[in-house]
Design a binder for this molecule. Structure first.
Ligand code: B16
Ligand code: MG
Length: 216
């Protein structure tokens, strides 16, 4: 029996990838190389420092650790400028109805995100109160596909992994759920998210009831 749902944030509840993209693109410009939208796909669900390593690999740049930390900090400052302008209008379609259906059925709700800015984003979107447990990039030491983020959420919710469903838009996140023994619904296209138990474009016209039927 499913007792809880764990949501990834970026790409599931809100599309922040476009802001990450703008901030990383600016950094790449400063280093004299181009960073494309296609390149940005590789950063979804990946931690900030790992994202920087991928970016530098694309631009064929080699930087020492101290410079990398400074660049990551600068990128985050730029990213914060964008997310501090976000409003609840940016919550993806169907998300609020889905969360309210869960509440009405007494299904527990948690967040499982790699982002260290998750609290700021939830505050901007006025969504924080829906979440009983919030596990974000400040609370984990191992990045997805390691299951740490989702297993910490199950522990804090006091439920077993097999009693949960994870909602994820990134391949690394889906692998993290599978590695933790948690069922997973992919948010996006089946081409990239084939490992998930079920894939849907988003939450519009999707109910918890329907997902349970499909997973059984
Ligand atoms: P930050 P998620 C992830 O969030 C993003 O998908 C990924 O692109 C980003 O690099 C990562 O958070 C770290 O974000 O720089 O804000 O700590 O999808 O796990 O909710
Ligand atoms: Mg994501």
């Amino acid at each position: 029996m499913i007792k809880a749902c764990i949501f990834d944030l970026d790409g599931v509840i809100v599309d922040t990838a476009k802001y990450h993209y703008l901030a990383w693109k600016e950094l790449a410009k400063g280093l004299n190389f181009n960073f494309t939208k296609k390149d940005n796909e590789r950063l979804k669900g990946v931690s900030r420092m790992r994202s920087l390593d991928i970016l530098l690999e694309i631009g064929k740049k080699d930087l020492d650790e101290e410079t990398k930390l400074k660049f990551a900090e600068n990128k985050n400052k730029k990213y914060l400028e964008y997310i501090l302008k976000m409003t609840p209008d940016e919550i993806l379609p169907g998300v609020i109805d889905f969360l309210e259906e869960l509440q009405s059925k007494n299904i527990k709700i948690a967040l499982g995100s790699a982002s260290k800015n998750a609290m700021t984003i939830l505050n901007q979107l006025k969504l924080k109160d829906y979440f009983e447990v919030i596990i974000d990039g400040t609370k984990v030491s191992k990045a997805k596909p390691d299951p740490e983020v989702f297993l910490k959420a199950t522990q804090e919710l006091n439920v077993k992994p097999e009693e949960c469903i994870v909602f994820e838009d990134a391949e690394a996140g889906i692998e993290a759920a599978i590695n933790g023994g948690v069922k997973c619904v992919g948010i996006g296209s089946p081409e990239n998210l084939g490992k998930a138990n079920y894939v849907t474009e988003g939450f519009e016209n999707v109910s918890f009831k329907k997902i349970i039927e499909l997973l059984n």
